[in-house]
Each structure stands twice: as C-alpha cells, then as structure tokens.
Write a protein that binds this ligand. Structure first.
Ligand code: F6R
Length: 608
C-alpha cells in the first residue's frame, strides 16, 4: 500500500524523504513524489515509476532545497499510475500525501466542484486536498483538519503542508497506519518505522482520528476536536540492521535465513518449564477447555498458516476449527457465538479485511485472539488477547519468516489446547514441545542445501504453468508453496488437494508440466503416491518434496528434495515450507524478477 513520509529538521529534507521512501519500497508502489518548502514556497516533484525514476527527475529538475516536507509512494487505487495521479496533490493553499481510500469522494467532489474547485487527477486523494483548502478559510490549519475529518469517510493517513506555514508538517490518521518519529530537534511522520529508524528509535503511535503538528520547537498532538492530548512515546525494538539487507541480495533471502533464529526466539518466549505457557497473555487452560469452536480468520499466507493450525488443533485437541478467508468471513453472516474463539492471524496487524473480521467477531461476543507480528498494530490492540510473533520486521512483500513463526505459535497453541482439554498428558505435552524445539535445526539444514532448491528452480525458470499437490498438512503447504511461487515469479501456479485433481483439473496435465508434490505424511503417503502416478501417466514432470528414504516406484519422480529430519510428520511443514520458499525465490531471481517487489502487490493491504 502507499507509503507516507514527512520531515522537519535540519537535514536536507529531500534526501531524508527519498531515503525514507526507499525504506518503504517494500510496501509496493507504482509512482512516487515529494513536496518540500524551498525559500517559503512549496516545490513538488513527482513521477510515475520507481524511486530510481524520481532520482533521475530530481537530478534533471534540481532537488528542492529545504528542511520541511512530505513524500509518498503510491499504490494506485483510483486512477492509473501516472505523473498526474502521483502524490503529493495540491489545491490552493494545501499540499497533501494520502494513504487509504476516501469512500465518499464522489459526493465530496461534486460538492467542491459546485464551490468552484477544479480537479486535475483521477484520484480520491485530491478531494482531500481541496476539502482542506475549503475549510482553511480562516487560515487555521487545525480547524481545517478537524472540519475536513468530519466529512471524510473511509480510511486515511494524511501528511499535510499549509502554504502559509513553511515550518510545519501536519498529519492525521483514521484506519491507516501512521507514526511520528521524535528525534533530537527533528521530527518525522511515516507509514512504518524503517523510514526513520536510522535517525531515531523514539516514536509515537497516532491513534484513529488523532492529529500531529510538527514544528521546530517540538510536536503537539490533538484529538478530533482539536483539543490538545498527551501521547506516550514508544521505543522501537528494531535496529537499523534488521531493516537492511546485510549483504544478502534481497530481503526475501535474508528473511528466509533468519527463520531458524526467529523460531528459536518464539519458542523461548512462549515455552516455560518445557511446555507452552500462554497464561501471561490471558489465554488460560480454563478458556481453552471451554471454547466451543475455533474460527481462524486471515488473508493470503497468514490464512495458509491458519490451515496448518486447523489440522494441528483438530488432530490433537479435537476441537472443530474453521479457517475463513477474512474478506469472505466479514460479509457472510458467520454463525459465531460467545462460546467461540476467533483467531486473527496477521503479520502486519493492519490488513483491512482481517481487522473487519475481528470487529465482527467482537460484535458477536466471541473471544478474540490476535496472532500478530507488528506490536501495537490495530489488530494487536483491538483483540481481547494477543500473541506477538517475534519475526522482527518483515520487509519483503512475500511473507516467509512471519509465516514460519505463525505456524510455530499455532503448533504451541494446539499442544496447549490438547492438554487443556485432557487429550494429552503433561508428559506428552512436554514431548511435543521438545520435538518442536528441533525445528530451528531442521530449517537450518534446509537452508544449507539451498543449492538444491536453486537447481529445482532452474528447471522451472521457463515454464508457463505448474501445479502443486499434497494431502493434509502437505496440502496446506502446497497452497503456500504455490502462492509464494506465483506472486514472485508470475508463473501460473495452482495448488490442489492431491485427491481432488482427477475431478476436473487433471485435464490440464500434459507433457512436461511440472507437478510439485509435497509428500511428507506417512499416513497418507500411499494415496499421494497414487495421485503422483496418475499425473505421471499423463506426462507430468514430477518434483517431489518428501522425507529422506521415501520410496517411489521407478520413473515416477523426476527430481526430489529430501527433508532429512527427525521431526514427527505433523511438524515437518516447518522445514518443508522453507524449501518451497527457496524454490520460489530462486525461480524469481532466475527469471530476472525482483522478488522483493513483485508487481501489483503491496505489503500491508489496508483496503478491502
Ligand atoms: C503473501 C503475503 C500475503 C499476506 C496477506 C496478509 O506472501 O504476504 O498473502 O500474507 O496479505 O497480510 P497480513 O499477514 O499482514 O495480514
């Protein structure tokens, strides 16, 4: 989604803004721009394309020289990516950058047109600039903002410059993330911490409908009525290194390599005296014992982590678990009651649909538990209970380490669930936990064999379509492996439950189509092997991810990656998904793509 930065201080503002925008590139964007006060007037430079295009334009047209400004990377929603639709937008005396969607922009545009305003872009954002200008009749920025907020519907974070105040940056948010960095005599606004981490770790989290005014003398905060409020400062736990590539060619590869460490940290955080303990997070055995049903609500990769969780919880605790795509859950009148537990899984903690699912679950009186990576994010704060996953900042758009810690947490929860409901003894709980402790080593072993994944990728580099199949946990992994591959390689990939293929899709299998088969589960191995043979007989090229020692009949498998681990079958997804991530990563790189910035995608999806 769009990225916002703003700066007021003594440094070269253009440089700070550009640097901040580069740190937010991971959010996904198609155009960029900045507006900086230069000798008392606002100079705006913006362009369609990547930040490299912005750099080029700045060197051609000259960089604005000043100490106060705002910047933006745009992920198009209303209007194509173009120079004109890029932010900042100005109208009259106001210049803004906007993240989010103004839902009533058509009505507002009609109203403002009647008042004599004209529009140059196709964006909803320009309407916010005009409306601010309209309410700026008394040259009072705070009044203009509070009046505008009464009218705007939807989600927004705005960075605002008023022409008459060349030493101020204003910002406001509603349902779109925005934080304020507070350095020594310099201040920042940003959609995410990495944008200013290099300058300060101190930040303030703007809540919905709160306003900040940054001046050289300091920051002031106001509520929706313009009444001053006090805000608490937070200190970022991230360090600069975590937000940098540290010698890796891409964040995605770096984040894959971090997985053994972040799983370890997660285990250390939750396991006490050899067993998972969630009591500090308000998740008591009593609660787990009395839960009627479990709903897991999430999107994309986080939803795939939910499918692993479903299989683990149902297998061990014998509680019914339904996994819901958040965008469906929120509109399908789900039958959820007070006795149910709704688990929201989200890396960013800001995903609009997941957040709406949480609100719906609360309305229905269900207990809500967030499994979220970004501390203090909207979902983390709104849920009744929260497990903060310790993946650290995930910069690459394609989620890897966040998924890995999500499934680690969900296994631990499944174990505790089973114990609380009397399905396993304390000894069995300890044994399962001990086994899970072996997973960082198993993941490391896969990473060490990344050359083999690269070799598999070299077989996929020129294909146009492929399939993933598996059963049970292997099906859940197939879904994730397929999503990872398609989002960064742009190869058409589909994942199927292995037994389902012959109910239609098998007609697509022809000579040499790769079918990546995940076959790690002993109890259903024979069935999966039959499905492999069915597609092999139709010409498929089979790549198997299986446990070491798995035997297939001659000529069934063309390429294989052996998972060599002592982990029980239920936990084998941890190292196996790592191999799938590496295969996707290398295929993307070999196809000449940038895996960190896949086309059309955004990191934190704050629109429906
Ligand atoms: C895919 C990916 C997305 C996210 C999804 C949910 O690699 O990252 O599918 O998993 O957009 O995002 P969060 O977890 O932030 O709610």
């Amino acid at each position: 989604m769009c990225g916002i930065v703003g700066y007021l201080g003594k440094r070269d503002c253009t440089e700070v803004l550009m640097d901040g925008l580069e740190k937010l590139e991971y959010r996904g964007y198609d155009s960029a721009g900045i507006a900086v006060f230069e000798n008392g007037s606002i100079k705006t430079v913006k362009t369609r394309g990547k930040l490299s295009c912005m750099r080029e334009k700045l060197s051609k047209e000259g960089s604005p020289k000043g100490f106060c400004g705002i910047g933006h990377t745009r992920w198009a929603t209303h209007g194509e990516p173009s120079d004109i639709n890029s932010h900042p937008h100005s109208n009259g005396r106001v210049t803004i950058v906007h993240n989010g969607i103004i839902e009533n922009y058509t009505e507002l545009k009609a109203f403002l047109t009647e008042k004599g305003y004209t529009f140059v872009s196709q964006t909803d954002s320009e309407v916010a600039a005009c409306l601010l200008d309209y309410y700026y009749s008394e040259r009072n920025p705070l009044k203009a903002i509070t009046e505008t907020m009464k009218e705007l519907e939807g989600s927004f974070a705005l960075g605002i410059l008023f022409k008459d105040f060349p030493d101020r940056v204003y910002a406001v948010r509603k349902q779109s993330p925005l934080i304020v960095g507070e350095g020594e005599g310099e201040y920042f606004i940003a959609s995410d911490i990495p944008a200013f981490l290099k300058y300060t770790k101190n930040y303030v989290l703007l809540e919905d409908n709160e306003i900040v005014c940054m001046k050289s003398s300091g920051t002031s905060y106001f509520d929706v009525h313009g009444i001053p409020i006090k805000k608490e400062k937070q200190v970022a736990e991230w360090d600069v290194e975590q937000a940098q590539k540290c010698g890796f060619p891409h964040f995605m590869l770096k984040e894959i390599h971090e997985q053994p460490d972040v799983v370890n940290k997660t285990l250390e955080d939750i396991v006490k005296d050899g067993v998972p303990d969630f009591s500090e997070r308000g998740i008591s055995d009593e609660l787990l014992k009395n839960v009627g049903r479990v709903f897991i609500v999430a999107c994309g990769t986080a939803m795939h982590a939910g499918i692993i969780a479903k299989y683990a919880i149902e297998k061990l605790a014998r509680v019914p678990v339904t996994v819901e795509v958040a965008s469906e859950f929120r509109y399908m009148e789900p039958i959820v009651g007070e006795n149910d537990l709704v688990i929201l899984i989200s890396q960013s903690g800001e995903t609009a649909d997941t957040k709406a699912g949480l609100e719906l679950a609360k309305e229905k009186g269900a207990k809500t538990l967030a499994v979220v990576n970004v501390k203090y994010s909207a979902i983390a704060r709104a849920a009744d209970m929260c497990i903060h996953t310790l993946a650290g900042p995930e910069i690459a758009v394609a989620s890897t380490k966040a998924y890995m810690v999500q499934i680690t947490v969900m296994y631990l929860l499944a174990f505790r669930f089973a114990f609380a409901r009397g399905k396993i003894s304390l000894e069995e709980l300890k044994k399962l936990t001990e086994e899970l402790m072996l997973s960082p080593k198993a993941i490391s072993d896969v990473i060490e064999r990344k050359g083999e994944c690269q070799f598999i990728a070299s077989r996929l580099v020129n294909v146009e379509k492929l399939f993933f199949i598996g059963r049970g946990f292997d099906y859940a992994l197939s879904l994730e492996g397929s999503l990872k591959l398609k989002e960064i390689t742009y190869i058409h990939s589909e994942a199927y439950a292995a037994g389902e293929l012959k109910h239609g899709t098998i007609s697509l299998i022809e000579d040499n189509i790769p079918v990546i088969t995940v076959a790690t589960q002993e109890n259903i191995l024979a069935k999966t092997i039959s499905n492999m043979e069915e597609v092999k007989a139709r010409g498929a090229y089979i790549i198997a991810l299986c446990r070491k020692g798995t035997e297939f009949s001659e000529n069934t498998v063309d390429l294989r990656f052996d998972i060599d681990t002592e982990l029980p079958d239920m936990l084998v997804p941890l190292p196996t998904v790592c191999a799938l991530q590496l295969i996707a990563y290398y295929t993307s790189v070999l196809r000449g793509n940038d895996p960190d910035k896949p086309r059309n995608l955004a990191k934190s999806v704050t629109t429906e």
